[in-house]
Design a protein around this ligand. Structure first.
Ligand code: XMP
Length: 514
């Protein structure tokens, strides 16, 4: 298979390594993140057009300071060192790195920086702009052949370069948004220094993946658990293009989906060239959940029941050689360089069976970031609302109903949630939140409806904004929207007489209520 040009990102333990990879890919240049201990033969085999060293929490002289094989500097490949990566390069090439003596020389945060725009890295940039610094050490003596190419008030070596050998180092972080010219700097490195062509596109990826999936799968059969989430949906569309009806998608309808969702998934996928199986397991799940109030117990029951249903279905479908999974690149990076294809226990559809045997696992999206998966979905013709879907928890509405789950409560929640979504769209706020939904509390309170007293349940509306879902901020939605959603919900959903808006961030709250 003809290969894309590739950038190698060597990971020195920095917190922004994924972000660097995303920024490179945004410029349509393919890259991968690997541990800094990658060996020289491995680097040669990877055949990068450029190498980027990430930052990291260490000091180059500290115990256990991570290193890369210095022989890589003899490969003739351009290098960009970021923060610790810059210090490591200076140290490895004979310069010296020292701890900043005074607090003012240790830079943290937004820092005005002055650039030498004759340096290829900074060509076309304004001479001064803000960068994001986070370092306690600095380069005190440059290695031979190097010059300073940017400075800040506290640091004369905010950037260094040996342009003959095409080695560049920046003390700041070009990958974070706070560095105003960060994208332009990375672009200069990729295109002007490394000679990138920008050949990484989703059309191209689609073509190449289809070819390699066909080679790998041959006449075999593939099983995919379809949850309706973005990753499994895109995975299904790609595999269907590659192997058609030799792909079987099993969609376990546990009855805990949002309004009309199960039908929508069926409508999209039963029209595709694949074998689509919708298992109506609604009753089974409800029965198992009957009377269960504790959140963790609910999750466990749903996970276990999902596996049972999936096992029964796959047994009745006959032998399948391949199991497909929608693993994406952040999972691979987080699990330490993606060596083994392990089945995640916290899978979106509640974990997959251990004792269903397959010859091999296929993960066609394992090199893509979420935004690339969405792009690929568009390229494959999936509807926009499916491609831009917000995350939805595997245990579904069961963790959005506090306490026991009943059919009646599910129906109430589905209606309230649909109204909230409609109003978010009507007020043009759908893009303002990363995730938004309604949840049903077990709080009963007194109200007055018409001339009568009511003693009904309260709905909570939640909308959060987040980059990574580890922390999240509640969204300041317009009062008019909340007002409209609230009055529609109490009027249109019998059994609800109060609507609350959740104004807690994460932490201390979580996104979901259970
Ligand atoms: P929390 O509630 O932990 O949610 O702040 C963070 C993000 O994870 C989603 N979530 C889940 N996703 N299975 C999933 O696939 C689960 O069991 C699960 N629980 C929470 C949640 O919707 C949010 O996006």
């Amino acid at each position: 298979m003809d290969r894309n040009q590739r950038i190698l990102i060597l990971d020195f333990g920095g917190q922004y390594n994924q972000l660097i990879a995303r920024r490179v890919r945004e410029h349509h240049v393919y890259c991968e993140v690997h541990p800094c201990a990658m060996t020289l033969p491995e680097i040669r085999a990877f055949d990068p057009i450029g190498i980027i060293f990430t930052g990291g929490p260490h000091s180059v002289y500290g115990p256990g300071a991570p290193t890369a094989d210095p022989a890589l500097f003899s490969l003739g490949i351009p290098v960009l060192g970021i923060c610790y990566g810059c210090q490591f390069m200076a140290h490895a090439l004979g310069g010296s790195v020292e701890p900043a003596q005074s607090a003012s020389a240790r830079e943290y945060g937004k820092t005005p920086t002055f650039f030498d725009t004759d340096c290829a890295l900074f060509e076309g940039l304004p001479e001064q702009s803000v960068t994001w610094m986070s370092h306690g050490d600095y380069i005190a003596r440059l290695p031979e052949g190097f010059a300073c190419t940017a400075r800040s008030a506290a640091c004369p070596s905010a950037a260094v370069a040996d342009e003959t050998r095409r080695f560049y180092g920046v003390q700041f972080h070009p990958e974070v948004n706070h560095t105003e010219q960060g994208r332009a700097i990375l672009k200069n490195f990729l295109f002007d220094v490394c000679g990138a062509r920008g050949d990484w596109t989703m059309e191209d990826f689609r073509e190449k993946s289809v070819r390699s999936l066909r080679e790998k799968i041959g006449n075999g059969r593939v099983l995919l658990a379809l949850s309706g989430g973005v990753d499994s949906a895109v995975c299904a569309a790609l595999l269907s293009e590659a192997v058609g009806t030799r792909l079987t998608c099993v969609f376990v309808d546990h009855g805990l989906m949002r309004k009309d969702e199960g039908d929508r998934i069926e409508a999209v996928f039963s029209g595709k060239d694949l074998h689509f199986v919708r298992v109506d397991a609604r009753r089974r799940f409800l029965k198992k959940l009957s009377g269960v109030r504790k959140p963790e117990e609910k999750r466990k029951i749903i996970g276990a029941e999902f596996i049972r249903v999936f096992e029964e279905e796959s047994a009745s479908l006959g032998t399948m050689e391949f199991l497909a999974q929608g693993t994406i690149y952040p999972d691979v990076i987080e699990s330490g360089g993606g060596k083994a294809a392990v089945i995640k226990s916290h899978h979106n559809v509640g974990g997959l069976p251990r004792d269903v045997r397959f010859r091999e696992i296929v993960e066609p999206l394992r090199l893509l970031f979420k935004d690339e998966v969405r792009d690929l979905g568009r390229t494959l013709g999936l509807p926009e609302d499916l491609v831009t879907r917000q995350p939805f928890p595997g245990p579904g509405l069961a963790v959005r109903i506090i306490g026991n789950v009943t059919e009646k409560k599910l129906a109430m929640l589905r209606e309230a949630d649909a109204i909230f979504r409609e109003e978010m769209a009507a007020f043009g706020q759908a893009g303002a939140a990363s995730q938004y939904f309604a949840a049903l509390t077990n709080l009963r309170s007194v109200g007055v409806m018409g001339d009568g007293r009511s003693y009904d349940l309260a709905i909570v509306l939640r909308a959060v904004r987040t980059e990574d879902f580890m922390t999240a901020d509640w969204v300041r939605l317009p009062y008019e929207l909340l007002d409209r959603a609230s009055s529609r919900i109490v009027n249109e959903v019998p059994g609800v007489n109060r609507v609350l808006y959740d104004i807690t961030s994460k932490p201390p709250a979580t996104v979901e209520l259970e």
